[in-house]
Design a protein around this ligand. Structure first.
Ligand SMILES: Nc1ncnc2c1ncn2[C@@H]1O[C@H](COP(=O)(O)OP(=O)(O)OP(=O)(O)O)[C@@H](O)[C@H]1O
Ligand SMILES: [Mg+2]
Length: 472
């Protein structure tokens, strides 16, 4: 993202997960680590540790793992971690109650960052933890920078409202919080959701997108939650739903405001319990899915009108992000327009084209009900129509401008004899005639004519071209 703030990581303390069944050991280690400014979570077993990893909102930087645990052993869990896409690279320091060179060799083979024995020695712990965290932080920075460059390629803008947006995205991305992204059509809601995913610890997992408005009502539940064979007419084979496919990953529910009530109720249950059952099945499945939702509707109004479930709204709206309209960030228009132009010309082998400064100014002043998408379309259309330079003639007329709010003086005295003319034609004709008269009067000096007309020189040039006015 352009102009994003400093790396999120710089300000955050390290997060360490302590896995040991002995409470006293956990307490002693917690004191040592917290004194260093780290944040500590505890788990008395491998099973609890797995749950903690999946449930806490912050990414864990380091695990201290006792090998002798009730239930699943430390080595078994470490093996599982190494097979799990999300935690394959999580640094783990292994602790053992009694020396066994075989165990220690195996732990090292599984990529343990270090191995040491009880009784614990404070200095030894600190040296080992500091070393592992140093490596972890280098890796974290590298991954972060790589991803920032990726998303930077997509989200443009350095206006204050965009900076605030980047800040929010960077803060919420590493957590597991559900995010509700709102904003009018074409503002970049999908782009924001992709940026959140790519800056999250789930970035190596899929970003699964569902357009809730585009799926027929009767199919949405089976799309999201899957079905067993024969669950309904037409269900010829069993199908996994998108929630299952997004396990361990991110699910983007686009146009959530269009979801109908029955599906809303089921979605709420999944978000509350993390459990779902396929249509036609009694069996429940545990899923770990981070949900991002977007809408251009006013969901609060929909809640008030009974169109959207209030409880679901609160579940989704844990962290609301409002994407600004293009008019709120008109300063970004030149950068966006020029970037879109360059990219489009490059992709389509059109050769480099440039926009005349007056075109850029006109774009920045325009009204944009279709926001960034509309700007992109207009720039691409102009690139197709224009020669090497994009001029005012390559822009479509701004349909959103109020013809009477213009700053050109109206000149009823010069109105031509009417006949059947629309108001707009009358106005244009009068405007054209008056401009010609003033130009004549000023001996075709455009600057002086513009001054007399009370408009910018570029604006007058634009009108001269648009009306096809020529000297003589
Ligand atoms: N900040 C931005 N920088 C660069 N391109 C952007 C930005 N915001 C939006 N776009 C581009 O504008 C277009 C619309 O963006 P996107 O699809 O994310 O909007 P949306 O809010 O989801 O729209 P809708 O409500 O219609 O679904 C896309 O081509 C996207 O790449
Ligand atoms: Mg969208």
């Amino acid at each position: 993202m352009s102009q994003a703030g400093p790396p999120i990581d710089a300000a955050l303390p390290f997060v360490i997960l302590l896995v040991d069944d002995e409470k006293n050991i956990r307490r002693a280690m917690r004191l040592i680590l917290e004194a260093q400014g780290h944040r500590v979570h505890e788990a008395p077993s491998a099973e609890d540790a797995a749950r903690t990893l999946a449930e806490i909102a912050e990414p864990v930087d380091l695990v201290l793992l006792d090998l002798m645990l009730p239930g699943k052993s430390g080595l078994e869990w470490l093996t599982e971690l190494r097979c799990d896409e999300l935690h394959r690279e999580l640094p783990v320091i292994v602790i053992s109650g009694h020396a066994s060179s075989e165990e220690s060799a195996q732990a090292m083979k599984l990529g343990a960052a270090d191995f040491f024995e009880k009784p614990l020695n404070r200095e030894r712990i600190l040296v080992s933890v500091t070393g592992a965290l140093h490596t972890a932080s280098l890796r974290r920075e590298l991954v972060y920078l790589r991803r920032q460059v990726d998303s930077r390629r997509e989200m443009l803008g350095s206006s204050p409202v965009m900076r605030r947006l980047y800040h929010e995205v960077e803060r919420v991305a590493p957590t597991k919080a559900n995010v509700l992204i709102t904003g009018p059509s074409g503002t970049g809601k999908e782009l924001v959701s992709r940026a959140i995913h790519s800056l999250s610890p789930r970035h190596t997992m899929p970003f699964v997108k569902v357009n809730c408005g585009a799926i027929p009502r009767e199919l949405i539940e089976s799309e999201l939650f899957g079905h067993e064979r024969g669950a309904f007419t037409g269900a010829e084979s069993k199908k996994r739903g998108l929630f299952e496919l997004a396990h361990g990953a991110t699910l983007f529910l686009d146009e959530i405001g269009d979801m109908e009530h029955a599906a809303q109720a089921k979605l709420l249950r999944v978000l509350q319990s993390g459990e779902l059952s396929r249509l036609g099945s009694e069996r429940t499945l545990q899923v770990d899915v981070r949900v991002l939702a977007a809408t251009n509707r006013d969901l609060e109004r929909d809640v008030a009108d009974g169109r959207f479930r209030e409880d679901l709204f609160f579940r989704l709206n844990v962290f609301p992000i409002r994407v600004p309209t293009l008019e709120e960030r008109a300063d970004d228009v030149p950068l966006l327009a020029e970037t879109f132009l360059r990219a489009f010309c490059q992709e389509n082998g059109l050769g480099a084209k440039r926009m005349l400064p007056e075109v850029v100014t006109a774009l920045a002043k325009r009204r944009w009900p279709g926001n960034v998408r509309e700007l992109k379309n207009i720039v691409e259309r102009a690139a197709i129509l224009s020669g090497p330079e994009i001029t005012m003639a390559d822009l479509p007329e701004d349909p959103h401008v109020d013809p009477f709010s213009d700053d050109t003086p109206s000149t009823p005295a010069l109105l031509p004899s009417t006949g059947r003319m629309t108001l707009r034609e009358v106005r244009d004709r009068a405007e054209r005639d008056h401009i010609v008269a003033v130009l004549e009067n000023q001996e075709w000096n455009v600057s002086r004519a513009a001054a007399e007309l009370g408009v910018e020189r570029t604006n007058l040039h634009k009108k001269i071209r648009a009306y096809g006015i020529k000297r003589g």
